[in-house]
Design a protein around this ligand. Structure first.
Ligand code: SF4
Length: 749
């Protein structure tokens, strides 16, 4: 048990027996942002329940949210830095020792090889952690690294790219107005396991049930997921053919006179280019490649167009595939052509109470191909190359070889394609520093591991996630437990790491001065007077940035210019949150192209259509692999929480009965799954929830490496599906990994 309890605020008013108190907070684990009641005595979490008074989530939570106490109390959680000693072991160290060793190693790399030999990997907590979400930009700005890698290129990079090209900004991502639509297509997404993604909404499955009550839900997925099982229609298609189906829908819209631009007339350019492009893709031409009935595609287009309010939501399965950019572009095109963009019940843009730093105005055109990676020659897309390049940049000698790596909360040894090569490459580094609360498959290679705080030791107010929320709401959570003395928060660690990469010594580092400069720049960005903002919030750290984003947001007080406007302090007085209403049309504020038009047919995207057309005549692979997620898992982590990993084995190879018979494997057998990249063994689960020709493995597993400190995860290691993912199997326009649709062979073990 660490630390004492922080003095109570209004959020701890529960009257319970004995010493038990209730702390109200928002779960930081995913985009549902559920309100929780944390029941605790002293320093111990006893129970976590849904907060039924939460204005946003109204009592919804999932099993993961009840385990924040397990994460906090986990004896394996790192509470002090680790430094590798001369015997090669990671041993506990003081913060001064950890910084001194970090500086020594980083300076040696910089002196010998220059900044070109230094890079960073930014993991998923950059979107979820209170400090990191607000300071990862400062880290990158200070560090001045020529190239970074992130979880973006194994996730949503195609959607970022299409939004930049269509609307002029990579983070202006429209979200489905799920509570007001009458017809919803869910493609390559499984909210039953993952909640929303690039869609912030609590209880997406409940919302889908309500859509069914008003109209219809169609799920397009090679697997009859939990979401598909509750839909009106499950339309299975082969992985990687999503864009073919979408183009056929566009074809029907034009061919049958179903295009209705409505309020968007005059706001769209490229409509004729889209019509011409789709003319080559009638349902009858693409159906066989998709593995679908042409009449089913035609009917879907007609029903979508006929609905009063319809929305097409496509997510991870449409991004992490060979045609991710096309499949991320076309849902927005379909919504626009049917008048369902920027309209209640369609695809809309959120209006966050507090703006996100990522959404700062950008006046440059989309950045593609300004440079290429050293080894593979992969072109940069929006400043990054595929994550799968990282291993070869480390293990391939030559000028510019990566010698130092900073990992900001991530586990790419599990999550990167061709992860075996990265696992082998990391020990070649001269300097590796991980910011992580866990000694996991990646951080075990580090020279220095710097732990952050637990979620319950810090405040919470989601940053970027409100940018695709279905309502404008705001929620603040105070820390429940005081961090132990001397423990820096992640924002300070990031600031120091940025300085370290830049060659600025830690001794006498002016943390407050640098932070004041950063805050002043953000104040200017928000249109506030930096001096006035600094005077109002002299304390460094993320809280004043949070306050700035509220005060200069759409309902803010603008530091007194708008008397009665919102401040963070007012939000703190409402532990259950405040609600400012549903999404509203705002295309005029969103579109950042100089001509103010939505570009429906960006040339960079349509240039990829020839490649897609060749897919139609390509012989189908006998068997391809897709990945999946479970409700009780969160990508590569939370596998050290006993209550989440207990029960029956979930890391199984799902296979259709016909494919199982052809491969000679039966339910419960151990099978060998092999691709051009490698082979793994996994237990077989025969199920007709898979369409024939497609098998599925969960992602985020493979906790069998030596040197980790994840005692529960080690008991439930599972297998790493990324060992099978070829590093160069990517969506060419975005560089995003294609982990869905990998040709594989299954044989008995
Ligand atoms: S759905 Fe679960 S993990 Fe996500 S915010 Fe809610 S409780 Fe947390």
């Amino acid at each position: 048990m660490t630390g004492g309890r922080r003095p109570g605020r209004g959020s701890e008013g529960g009257s319970l027996t004995g010493d038990r108190r209730v702390h109200v907070r928002t779960c930081p684990l995913c985009e549902a942002m559920c309100g929780l009641e944390v029941h605790f005595t002293g320093d111990e979490v006893k129970l976590i329940r849904p907060n039924r008074s939460d204005v946003w989530s109204k009592g919804y939570i999932c099993p993961k949210g009840t385990t924040l106490g397990h994460l906090h109390h986990d004896p394996d959680r790192l509470r002090a830095p680790l430094v590798r000693n001369s015997a090669g072991e990671l041993v506990p160290a003081s913060w001064d020792e950890a910084w001194a060793r970090s500086e020594e190693l980083m300076a040696a790399v910089r002196d010998r090889h220059g900044i070109e030999a230094v890079t960073a990997y930014i993991g998923n907590p950059a979107a979820h952690n209170y400090s990191i979400s607000r300071y990862v930009g400062l880290f990158m700005g200070l560090a001045g690294l020529p190239m970074i890698y992130s979880a973006g290129t194994i996730d949503q990079w195609p959607k970022n790219l299409t939004c930049w090209l269509m609307y002029g900004h990579q983070w202006r991502i429209p979200a489905p107005d799920i509570e007001r639509t009458d017809f919803m297509v869910v493609q390559g997404a499984n909210p039953h396991a993952s909640q929303g993604s690039l869609l912030a909404h609590a209880d997406v499955m409940g919302a889908l049930d309500r859509v069914r009550g008003r109209g219809e839900v169609v799920v397009i997925d090679p697997r009859r997921t939990g979401t598909a099982a509750r839909a009106d229609q499950w339309l299975p298609i082969r992985p990687g053919t999503d864009a073919l189906l979408q183009l056929a829908v566009v074809n029907v819209l034009f061919a049958e006179g179903l295009v209705r631009l409505g309020h968007l007339a005059g706001r769209l350019k490229g409509v004729d280019e889209v019509r011409r492009a789709a003319a080559d893709f009638p349902p009858e031409r693409v159906a066989a490649a998709c593995g679908a009935d042409p009449e089913a595609i035609r009917s879907l287009a007609r029903r979508f167009a006929a609905a009063d309010r319809a929305v097409w939501y496509a997510r991870i399965g449409t991004c992490n595939q060979e045609f991710g950019t096309l499949a991320s572009w076309l849902p927005d095109v379909i919504c626009a052509l049917t008048g369902n963009l920027d309209r209640p019940g369609g695809l809309m843009w959120a209006k966050p109470v507090a703006w996100s730093i990522a959404l700062r105005p950008r006046d440059e055109p989309v950045q593609i191909g300004r440079w290429t990676s050293r080894v593979r020659g992969a072109p940069e897309v929006m400043g990054q190359v595929p994550l799968s390049c990282l291993a070869e940049e480390i293990d391939t000698p030559g000028s510019g070889q990566i010698k130092a790596l900073v990992v900001i909360c991530g586990n790419p040894v599990i999550s990167a394609p061709d992860s075996g090569r990265l696992d082998a490459a990391l020990p070649l580094l001269d300097c590796m520093i991980s910011l992580d609360n866990a000694l996991n498959e990646t951080s075990r290679h580090a020279d220095v591991v710097l732990p952050g705080l637990s979620a319950l030791e810090q405040p919470h107010y989601d940053e970027l996630l409100w940018s695709w929320a279905t309502r404008s709401a705001a929620k603040w959570s105070p820390p429940l437990f005081e961090p132990p003395d001397g423990r820096p928060e992640e924002w300070e660690i990031l600031l120091r790491l940025g300085a370290l990469c830049a060659g600025i010594g830690q001794d006498g580092l002016d943390v407050a001065g640098i932070d004041n400069g950063y805050f002043s720049a953000l104040a200017q960005m928000g249109g506030a007077d930096p001096a006035a903002a600094l005077a109002a919030s002299p304390e460094p750290g993320p809280e004043r940035i949070n306050d700035l984003a509220v005060r200069t947001g759409p309902w803010g007080d603008r530091y007194g210019e708008n008397p009665g406007g919102l401040t963070l302090e007012q939000i703190k007085q409402a532990p259950d949150g405040i609600d400012m209403g549903p999404m509203v049309p705002r295309i005029d504020e969103i579109v950042a192209h100089p001509d103010g038009m939505v570009d429906l047919a960006p040339g960079y995207i349509t240039a990829d259509l020839d490649r897609l057309a060749r897919l139609i005549d390509r012989p189908a692979e006998p068997l391809v692999l897709t990945s999946r997620r479970h409700l009780r898992s969160n990508n590569s982590w939370m596998h050290n929480v006993g209550v989440l990993v207990s029960g029956r084995e979930r890391c199984t190879l799902l296979i259709h009965p016909d494919d199982a018979a052809a491969a000679g494997v039966a339910d419960g057998d151990l099978a060998v799954v092999s691709s051009v990249n490698g082979r793994i063994e996994a237990p077989v689960e025969v199920s007709d929830e898979m369409m024939p020709g497609v098998v599925s493995l969960p992602h985020g597993w493979g906790h069998d490496k030596p040197g980790t400190r994840q005692s529960v995860a080690r008991e439930h290691p599972g297998v790493n599906n990324n060992l099978l993912a070829p590093p160069d199997f990517v969506d060419a326009p975005s560089g995003n990994a294609a982990v869905n649709g990998i040709p594989v062979e299954v044989t008995p073990a």
